[in-house]
Ligand binder design. Sequence first.
Ligand SMILES: [Zn+2]
Length: 64
Amino acid sequence: MELAAFDTTCMRCGKPAQLRFAGPCPDCVAELDARFPGVAREVEAEEYVPKVNVTANAVALKDD
Ligand SMILES: [Zn+2]
């Protein structure tokens, strides 16, 4: 099964591009790759690490 490329615009430089996924165009991917060899995708994923500030105590302290 192969995904067909569709007409869209690069999410980074805004140029029209044919992509299989919404995101940066091949030019931008190459640029990011050159700047962060092999880590561009990981960096993107790690921006989403949630900071867990658990406030379970507030709930547990409910007294009745
Ligand atoms: Zn681009």
